[in-house]
Ligand binder design. Structure first.
Ligand code: ADP
Length: 260
């Protein structure tokens, strides 16, 4: 919840402009795209630029509206109400980032409905109260369309409550810059890592659920910078996280060894 300063974020398109506008108008924002493409970093950066507190909730299958809104807890002989992150953000005018919103239980979507339209209010059923959002409150959510294919979709009626921005793997030049900035690795090694990523991202025939993200490249670069051999760093940070099939792993490792 601390407002961090000096967060590095490399803009890829017009996302900073869009966020600034969305923030002025307080329109809910949906960030779509594969994991590790800078969505969370972007929200952290914008919160810091706007000097606003940010609360991030990483949603998972068990995330319920109670987790977000709040609950009574027993303290000694009393029961006391504890606000959840959503209520805190709504009351105090923070930015709330619901990471991977499609993972959460359906009642989470129901709970945020009245916050995503002109009403901008939150109904706390356990207290029987409706609270108006603070003028600075902003809801941001992320969603990974590819990976949830078939099962955890976001319903069109929910999607249409958000302004949406797409995130994808950056162009090679930008990705090299990110690696150098993030890890202080040499440009030459950064270029090699980015070339490896480009190659693997194009290998659609491998049928990988998720391919090489910028996050994996950053991890590999950090390990190399820290002294691990380049090939081993690529094996453990880039190749191994992608698959559990030995044949695929061997093929990818051979390919990478030729490139670094
Ligand atoms: P996501 O939220 O999309 O899963 P993250 O924001 O956690 O991804 O990004 C993963 C890592 O990749 C970040 O910690 C950062 O090191 C790096 N990264 C990706 N894109 C960018 C970018 N545009 N600018 C700076 N760093 C980035």
């Amino acid at each position: 919840m601390v407002v961090e300063k000096n967060i590095y974020y490399k803009a890829i398109g017009s996302e900073i402009d869009v966020f600034n506008q969305v923030y002025q108008l307080k329109l809910p924002l949906l960030l779509k795209g594969p994991t590790g493409t800078g969505k969370s970093r972007f929200v952290e950066f914008m919160a810091s630029e706007l000097d606003k507190k940010l609360i991030t909730v990483s949603c998972h299958e068990e995330t319920s509206s109670t987790d977000l809104i709040g609950r009574y807890i027993i303290k000694g002989a009393e029961t006391v109400w504890i606000d959840g992150p959503l209520s805190l953000a709504v009351k105090n005018g923070y930015i709330l980032y619901l990471d991977e919103i499609a993972e959460a239980r359906p009642d989470v979507i129901v709970a945020i409905h009245s916050l995503t339209d002109h009403r901008r209010e939150l109904f706390i059923d356990k207290l029987g109260e409706t609270i108006k959002a603070h003028p600075d409150f902003l809801l941001v959510a992320s969603f990974n369309p590819g990976y949830q294919k078939g099962f955890k979709e976001l319903k069109p009626s929910t999607r249409q409550r958000f302004v949406a921005l797409s995130f994808d793997y950056p162009a090679a030049k930008a990705e090299v810059e990110i690696l150098v900035e993030e890890t202080d690795i040499s440009k030459d090694i950064a270029q090699k890592l980015v070339a490896i990523a480009g190659k693997i991202r194009n290998l659609t025939e491998l049928g990988l659920t998720e391919t090489v993200s910028t996050r994996l490249l950053v991890d590999a670069a950090k390990l190399i910078k820290n002294g691990l051999s380049k090939r081993l760093a690529v094996h453990v940070a880039i190749v191994e996280p992608l698959s559990d099939e030995q044949e695929t792993l061997n093929a990818l490792k051979d390919l990478c060894d030729l490139m670094i």
